[in-house]
Design a protein around this ligand. Structure first.
Ligand code: ZN
Length: 294
């Protein structure tokens, strides 16, 4: 795993933890197990470390008692389940559950890791599923696999999924970043032309990228509108700034994006198109949300 991907993912997890949105089960799809375990320990430290001064580029303190115990594999409420070579056995899951059913002595979350989760067989999958269905408040499962599609759908549907695979990351991470940044800019509800250079240089530099990014933004808004929930993700990365957009605004955005995307199919001058796209957002979303008719 390259440093960039690791840092990016750790920052996302840090945000999720800070926003109290960490789910009871996280799944990391990785390229290889050996290098991914130090990453998993960092995830555990982000969740368990209680030092409050975690900063953006120093996500865990690495010097408190908890961090040290995790690093040396001695933290009692951080357990790693591994295969015996062939399968993860039902008995291992039963022992894990017994262990976690006991009250923890530490006033903190508890984490178990299932390494090579694709090696769960039918009966151990079912034991895990029962455990995932009734998670204790403080218990977090971390599943690590090379191929999430080898796991039962019923398990996957309970997990917050993070792909750390090199190929996935290269294709989608950049797009997800752009979608996130674009939504961030439009939620500021300021004259978008102030951010013109940034948006043009970094988010919507040309017609093809603009089509891709706007399709993703639209998909994301539709997901939000259809599910009528405050949950929204792009490629499994949850977007939080979307809460700042009202339902009415979102419907208008979808309408604008839909028609502006169509214009891009024709031979328009891209910069003129971008100007008109910004003007429509300002006129149809911002101006109206400031007036009483909205
Ligand atoms: Zn710490």
């Amino acid at each position: 795993m390259t440093d960039n991907r690791v840092n990016n993912s750790l920052n996302i997890i840090n945000n999720i933890v800070k926003n109290n949105k960490v789910s009871h089960a996280l799944l990391f799809e990785v390229d290889d197990y050996d290098t991914s375990m130090s990453f998993i320990k960092n995830v555990a430290k982000i969740i368990l470390c209680k030092q409050k001064n975690k900063s953006f580029d120093n996500l865990n303190c690495n010097k408190c008692n908890i961090c040290e115990l995790i690093d040396s594999n001695n933290y009692p409420d951080f357990m790693i389940i591994e295969t015996d070579g062939n399968w993860i056995k039902k008995q291992q899951l039963i022992e894990l559950q017994e262990e976690f059913n006991n009250k923890s002595l530490l006033d903190n979350k508890r984490i178990y890791v299932i390494k090579e989760a694709e090696k769960l067989n039918a009966s151990s999958s079912n034991s895990l599923l029962k455990f995932l269905e009734e998670p204790g408040d403080d218990i977090i499962a971390i599943l690590v696999t090379k191929n999430r599609y080898l796991l039962l759908d019923t398990i996957l549907s309970r997990c917050q999924i993070f792909s750390m695979k090199y190929s996935d990351f290269n294709i989608s991470s950049d797009v997800v970043d752009k979608v996130e940044n674009f939504i961030d800019y439009i939620t500021r509800k300021k004259n978008l032309f102030i951010f013109y250079k940034d948006i043009y240089d970094n988010i919507l530099p040309d017609k093809n990228i603009a089509k891709k990014i706007l399709s993703e933004v639209e998909k994301c808004f539709m997901q939000y509108l259809v599910k009528n929930s405050s949950e929204c993700d792009v490629d499994n990365r949850k977007l939080y700034n979307i809460d700042k957009i009202t339902i009415n605004e979102m419907i208008t955005y979808v309408k604008i994006i839909e028609s502006e995307k169509q214009k891009l199919e024709f031979n328009v001058n891209y910069k003129i198109w971008l100007d008109s796209f910004f003007s429509r957002i300002i006129g149809e979303v911002y101006d109206r949300s400031n007036s009483s008719e909205y």
